[in-house]
Write a protein that binds this ligand. Structure first.
Ligand SMILES: Nc1nc2c(ncn2[C@@H]2O[C@H](COP(=O)(O)OP(=O)(O)OP(=O)(O)O)[C@@H](O)[C@H]2O)c(=O)[nH]1
Ligand SMILES: [Mg+2]
Length: 464
């Protein structure tokens, strides 16, 4: 792909709408736009003032295509930092494609997905974390995911990386000065303060690495699996949480077989909820597959809602369910509290204590009468993000790529710490410090190789 080409794409969604935008970016953007648009003012786009909108018409070899508004952005003050023109045409599918085609005939090349943002990155207008944030803003499915992406776009991760790198560089420079001036400094004295700084950098990195889990949950939603024995009210719970009659509810035990999945917002957090087949020992082939699927999903869940039927005693199916609960977050949902209880909340809590599972909170509800649902929702919020969802200053890593690089950087600092302990010679310490520095540079896209850049931007949408 040639960076000198002038590129074009439809930047809005291709469906019937008020307007669509065809974006053109590159050295020839103004000349190409002048070939297809006649401004009513009679001026050329190439001569037009930047950051203004002009009224005009698109012509395809003399034939009128559409009446448009054209925004002009002169380099470097544009999204891509190149000359950019945005043609706002009528938002029909045919007319928008026609405008795009006309621009291509006039000499622009169709852009690859994410190519505008890639150019913004290659031209140094944004770093890689901000480029990634652009896509996250577009894809944000909840208020909090959006807030987090916006703060990343404003430079939260970038700032954090630069701060860490600054501190590392300072230590490397300090070692250099010790080496340069052995009469006044001695490495034996410098080892301890260096070790302390490195230790605190390591903890900052560990915090970042563990923030990735929350970053991922914000972005993708909390994978929530409803488990319980047949007839406990799992499907009823799904329906209550989503506010839809999505899953079939009957008094027949073994109603749900396939997994029913639905996303729902709870207090601004997105949950991907999966209702599963009731767990029991069964000879029914179909049901058996459903039960196995439920167990597999439970193993990968971020949150398990274990539904217990309060109107009947616990049985061996409950034993089995309890035996598969592991390190996931679990909330025990005591359902049917509108009925004469066979198991009260206290009895259930005693049972859990006996099995050393009393760390799991118990919430009593009635899915049928919608009692206690707010308690359950609050409990879910509490379990994640420490119930605290304000992102004022916390930085979340949001991509596996960022996490891997920070982990590598931490690894290098562990080497430094060990090096100080065994009194390695200074060059080794400096080399490991600089490794950490470079790894953090990868997060913001420094020295990014072309294949990896292509790989990252390919995942973007068309026209961005
Ligand atoms: N009284 C009462 N009945 C409920 C409550 N929740 C569910 N039920 C009833 O319990 C029966 C089973 O409900 P479902 O939601 O289908 O249960 P399930 O756990 O999905 O069952 P399977 O899909 O068969 O595993 C239905 O008759 C529901 O109306 C509740 O809170 N109170
Ligand atoms: Mg069901």
């Amino acid at each position: 792909m040639n960076q000198n080409d002038t590129i074009t794409a439809i930047s809005t969604g291709l469906s019937e709408a008020g307007i669509s935008i065809v974006r053109i970016s590159g050295r020839q953007a103004f000349e190409i736009a002048d070939k297809v648009v006649k401004l009513a003012a009679g001026t050329l786009i190439a001569k037009a003032e930047s950051h203004r909108i002009y009224y005009g018409h698109v012509f395809d070899q003399g034939t009128l295509v559409d009446e448009v508004l054209v925004s002009v952005f002169r380099a470097p003050k544009s999204y891509t930092a190149e000359n950019t023109v945005e043609i706002n045409c009528h938002g029909g599918v045919v007319v928008t494609r026609r405008v795009l085609q006309t621009v291509i005939w006039a000499g622009a090349r169709p852009a690859e997905p994410g190519e505008f943002t890639k150019r913004a990155f290659l031209n140094g207008r944004i770093d890689l974390t901000k480029a990634e944030a652009v896509m996250d803003v577009i894809r944000a499915q909840s208020e909090y995911a959006l807030q987090n992406s916006i703060s990343q776009l404003q430079g939260a991760i970038y700032g954090k990386m630069q701060d860490l790198r600054q501190k590392i560089l300072y230590q490397a420079a300090f070692i250099e000065s010790v080496l340069d001036d052995p009469e006044h400094y001695r490495m034996e004295d410098a080892g301890q303060p260096l070790g302390e700084v490195v230790g605190s950098l390591i903890s900052e990195m560990e915090e970042l690495i563990s923030s990735f889990q929350n970053g991922r949950l914000l972005k993708e939603g909390i994978k929530t699996v409803i488990l319980g024995r047949p007839n406990a009210g799992k499907s009823s719970l799904l329906n209550v949480l989503t506010g839809e009659e999505k899953a079939i509810v009957t008094e027949v035990a073994g109603t749900t077989r396939d997994v029913v999945e639905q996303s729902v917002m709870i207090h601004g957090i997105m949950l991907q909820i999966m209702d599963t087949a009731g767990i029991r020992d069964t000879d029914d082939q179909v049901e058996k597959i459903g039960v196995n699927r439920a167990k597999e999903l439970a193993a990968q869940a971020d949150l398990i809602l274990y539904v217990v039927d309060a109107s009947e005693p616990l049985n061996e199916s409950d034993d089995e369910i309890l035996s598969i609960l592991g390190t996931q977050n679990v909330i025990v949902v005591l359902n049917k509290n509108d009925m004469e209880p066979v198991i009260s909340q206290t009895v259930l809590e005693d049972e859990l204590r006996k099995r050393k599972m009393d760390a799991y909170p118990v919430v009593s509800i009635s899915a049928k009468h919608r009692n206690g649902i707010d308690l359950l929702e609050n409990k879910i919020k509490e379990l994640f993000f420490e119930g605290n969802l304000s992102f004022n200053n916390q930085v979340f890593l949001t991509s596996e790529r960022q996490k891997q690089a920070v982990m590598q950087a931490k690894e290098s600092l562990l080497h430094v710490r060990e090096g100080i302990r065994i009194q390695l010679s200074e060059e080794f310490l400096t080399a490991d410090l600089m490794n950490a520095y470079e790894q953090l540079g990868l997060v913001i896209g420094e020295a990014l190789d072309e294949d990896l850049a292509d790989e990252i931007f390919k995942q973007f949408c068309m026209g961005k």
